[in-house]
Design a protein around this ligand. Structure first.
Ligand SMILES: C[S@@+](CC[C@H](N)C(=O)[O-])C[C@H]1O[C@@H](n2cnc3c(N)ncnc32)[C@H](O)[C@@H]1O
Length: 211
């Protein structure tokens, strides 16, 4: 496997030293996607928040800064990412404001209705069946809770060489939007931001306010 293939694999599941190096390169780009997502979610100081696929925890840190009275939880499958995010957020973890979980987005270890808001950033093209993740995000949200799913604009990301290697799932926007609605989200809308690397789409939707 060439260097491009190695980068592609690391983007899907960061491991070891190479995974750490990849985050050093990636985070300055994805943090702009994350900041935009947090703005769109209108994060409030007392929100209980979830991030799926938190990587090195830079977005967890950002969310924790905005939720002085709430709690931030993350679910992530990469051991390397969990180690990095735990170090990065050590203080907030020790203060009981952040908790990080080794868990996949399609099988979240949280009770129904646990969160005010749930997000995932830059994970869509590495997840084969995003519908299972959307259903879990919907399940763990409170009634009326908000979900935000942010990912690079597909046409731009497809030109990025590592994205052309095996294992990526370059879902069409319309398919992601349909899966998001099928998971139960209402009042859905998709925003676009061309000021960030690759450009980004953010799908937003609510869990209905009553059952
Ligand atoms: C491209 S990185 C993005 C990381 C971070 N969200 C960011 O914006 O920098 C994708 C991350 O999603 C994680 N991931 C992939 N599949 C996942 C799943 N099914 N559940 C939770 N995390 C997953 C990977 O381990 C990796 O850390």
């Amino acid at each position: 496997m060439g260097l491009i293939g190695v980068i592609g694999k690391q983007l899907q599941h960061p491991r070891g030293l190479l995974g750490k190096a990849l985050f050093a390169w990636m985070t300055p780009k994805t943090i702009e996607h994350a900041r935009w997502t947090a703005d769109l979610m209108e994060v409030q100081p007392d929100d209980d928040l979830l991030e799926v696929g938190f990587g090195n925890g830079a977005n967890i840190e950002l969310l924790a800064e905005r939720t002085s009275k709430g709690h931030v939880r993350g679910a992530e499958i990469s051991k390397t990412a969990i180690e990095m995010a735990s170090r990065r957020n050590a203080r907030a973890i020790s203060e009981g404001r952040v908790t990080l979980h080794a868990a996949a987005g399609g099988s979240l270890p949280f009770d129904d209705g646990a969160f005010d808001k749930a997000c995932t950033v830059a994970t869509m093209y590495v997840i084969g069946n995003p519908g299972t993740v959307f259903k879990e995000m919907h399940r763990v949200l409170k009634l009326g809770g908000l979900a935000a799913v942010t990912f690079p604009v597909r046409e731009n990301f497809m030109r990025f060489k590592p994205a052309q290697t095996d294992g990526f799932h370059l879902h069409e926007l319309a398919d992601l939007e349909a899966a998001f609605r099928d998971a139960g989200f209402v009042e859905t809308r998709t925003e676009r931001n061309d000021a960030v690397r690759f450009g980004a789409h953010c799908m937003l939707g609510r869990k209905a306010a009553s059952e």
